[in-house]
Design a protein around this ligand. Structure first.
Ligand code: MN
Length: 282
């Protein structure tokens, strides 16, 4: 059985950080229960330095995880814990902000293409105030498989493809995220099993694919969410690239104020106060 499409959204131009131009796929005012546990997805991509050079100077996060996947370019992360990580093309940074992190994300290039994604993954209430955690995964450490010309990079989670279980670079999280980067040659088809009850999303970033019934066209910069049972089927006529995201819904209320995502407005007030008086990170 294949999952059916429940919603399609197209990314909108937005600006964040110190004026970085990006495409907001979902999140912000378009957060939806259908995306749970995912809160936001941005794609940034430009070869105009003025679109990205200002970067994301020092800013806080509390209550969730940020996942940055670079396709091209160089980005430097530095945080209050003393972590420093330079992301290059193909690298991933998985940062569990939890109780609080203050960090900067700054481009380390003055020309050329910078392209990638930032995904926000929510944390359940009992993990929102745990200690922050940070890891960088180099591109060589991301498992990659190829079959019938289809290339799959397994950034997170376990997935069974062609009867082979593939273990992603990141595992063991309570929301059980699966994060795949799939490169399809022309005229190909892939069926991706997703745990029943889990959210599944397909975000196309190059060309277009057909999903579910083979008749629903999903164009670049669009995301589809699916029904909660069965496999996700993706077909391509042209060569195409997409991200497959899946995860276990948390099902809790969301209170969000910018970079703070908690369950109640009181917890948001507390986060703002903690940031102001310095206890967010102590
Ligand atoms: Mn950030």
């Amino acid at each position: 059985m294949y999952r059916t499409v429940s919603r399609i959204l197209t990314a909108r131009p937005a600006s964040d950080g110190a004026g970085v131009k990006l495409n907001r796929v979902f999140g912000g005012d378009r957060t939806n229960k259908e995306f749970d546990p995912f809160l936001m997805l941005d794609e940034f991509g430009s070869d105009e330095a003025s679109d990205y050079i200002a970067g994301f100077p020092s800013h806080p996060h509390r209550g969730f995880e940020t996942v940055t996947y670079m396709l091209n370019g160089k980005m430097l992360h530095e945080d209050h814990l003393g972590n420093q990580g330079l992301l290059n093309g193909g690298d991933v940074q998985w940062m569990t902000a939890a109780r609080g992190i203050i960090h900067s994300e700054m481009p380390q290039q003055e020309e050329g293409l910078m392209r990638g994604f930032q995904l926000w993954v929510n944390l359940p209430s009992n993990e929102k105030m745990k200690d922050p955690y940070y890891r960088d995964i180099e591109t060589k450490d991301i498992p990659e498989v190829e079959f019938d010309g289809i290339k799959v990079r397994v950034i997170a989670g376990d997935v069974v493809l062609h009867d082979k279980t593939l273990k992603g670079a990141v595992n063991g999280l309570s929301t059980e995220p699966v994060y795949l980067d799939v490169h399809m040659p022309e005229n190909s088809v892939v069926e991706i099993p997703v745990t029943d009850g889990h959210t599944a999303l397909v975000y196309v970033y190059e060309n277009e694919v057909m999903v579910a019934d083979d008749e629903t066209v999903l164009k670049a910069f669009s995301v589809a969410s699916f029904s909660r049972e069965g496999k996700v089927k993706v077909t391509s006529k042209l060569s195409a690239r997409f991200l497959l995201l899946s995860g276990k819904p948390i099902g809790e209320p969301i209170a969000q104020y910018g970079p703070f995502v908690m369950n109640t407005p009181q917890e948001i007030d507390q986060a703002i106060q903690d940031y102001r008086d310095g206890s967010l990170t102590s």
